[in-house]
Design a protein around this ligand. Structure first.
Ligand SMILES: Nc1ncnc2c1ncn2[C@@H]1O[C@H](COP(=O)(O)OP(=O)(O)OP(=O)(O)O)[C@@H](O)[C@H]1O
Ligand SMILES: [Mg+2]
Length: 263
């Protein structure tokens, strides 16, 4: 569904060239979740912008369903590192906006919006404005807004990093069930090893800038009942943690060492 072939990207700003990505290759099948993990500044967000069609590769090629991804393509939803909410719209209207644009009938739009708000724990906040919410609540609105569209390709940039451990786990479970039941292909950028292993059918590990693919870790047990508490899960997170100790990989720069183990 999504093919990335020999992709390089170099930022050019004010006469300066900043190579951000080089030699990125992978293929994502429909409904598959890929986790992208790597040190800060290694090009993870850049990769998502490329996949969303907001940037064009300097070299190489990206194909989504046969053609280059186009910005604002209906089948692609992108959740950015910030929240991207409209401050003048209520929580409910922020979530429903994409459905409206897509011409979903109002009754159905209302039903789906209330359903997803309840799922992310914001059933009582439909009438609130973004400025009246906490950071974690805003993030949940941003997540709800993308989930409700059920896109074929969901691109998420550290969507759960600002959340408390319990909310994060609930949203991870929700993402997992939505992706698996609705064949929603997902690229999830994270700096959290547990999150990558819990959600990524494949885990794309990047080196520090210019980001190269250091490894693609197959994670066949992902999605199985009880995986988070299993020995296989612990073994895989331990292996990834060891990989990141390599100075080439950024050493301790990943930023999740000593973080909460809940993933
Ligand atoms: N608009 C820009 N112009 C020039 N250089 C940029 C621009 N945006 C990003 N970069 C550079 O490209 C590199 C990759 O940036 P990117 O935002 O993709 O990193 P990241 O992996 O998402 O980092 P983080 O984990 O901190 O979010 C960085 O080193 C940064 O300096
Ligand atoms: Mg980033």
């Amino acid at each position: 569904m999504l093919e990335v072939r020999g992709v390089e990207f170099t930022y050019r700003t004010g006469g300066r060239r900043v190579p951000a990505l080089t030699g990125v290759d992978f293929t994502l099948a429909p409904g598959e979740i890929w986790a992208v993990i790597g040190p800060s500044g290694c090009g993870k967000s850049t990769l998502l912008y490329l996949l969303a069609g907001l940037l064009r590769p300097t070299r190489g090629e990206i194909r989504f369903r046969g053609g280059p991804p186009l910005a604002h393509q209906r089948e692609i939803a992108l959740i950015l590192q910030g929240y991207g909410l409209f401050p003048w719209k209520t929580v409910r209207d922020n979530v429903a906006l994409g459905l409206q644009i897509r011409g979903v009938p109002p009754a159905e739009s209302r039903r789906r919006t209330e359903e997803i708000l309840a799922t992310v724990g914001l059933a009582e906040y439909g009438d609130f404005y973004p400025e009246e919410l906490s950071g974690g609540q805003k993030q949940r609105v941003a997540i709800a807004r993308s989930f409700v569209l059920e896109p074929a390709l969901l691109l998420m940039d550290e969507p759960f990093s600002a959340l408390d451990a319990l909310t994060r786990e609930r949203l991870q479970n929700l993402l997992l069930s939505l992706c698996l039941s609705r064949e929603m292909g997902t690229v999830l950028v994270t700096h959290n090893i547990e999150e990558a292993v819990f959600l990524g059918r494949r885990i794309l590990v990047m080196t520090r800038r210019p980001g190269r693919v250091a490894a693609i870790v197959d994670n066949p047990d992902m999605g199985q009942e009880g995986y988070r508490a299993s020995a296989a899960f612990l073994a895989r997170t331990t292996r990834l943690r060891e990989l990141f100790r390599d100075p080439e990989m950024g050493g301790e720069e990943l930023g999740d060492s000593g973080g909460d183990a809940g993933g």
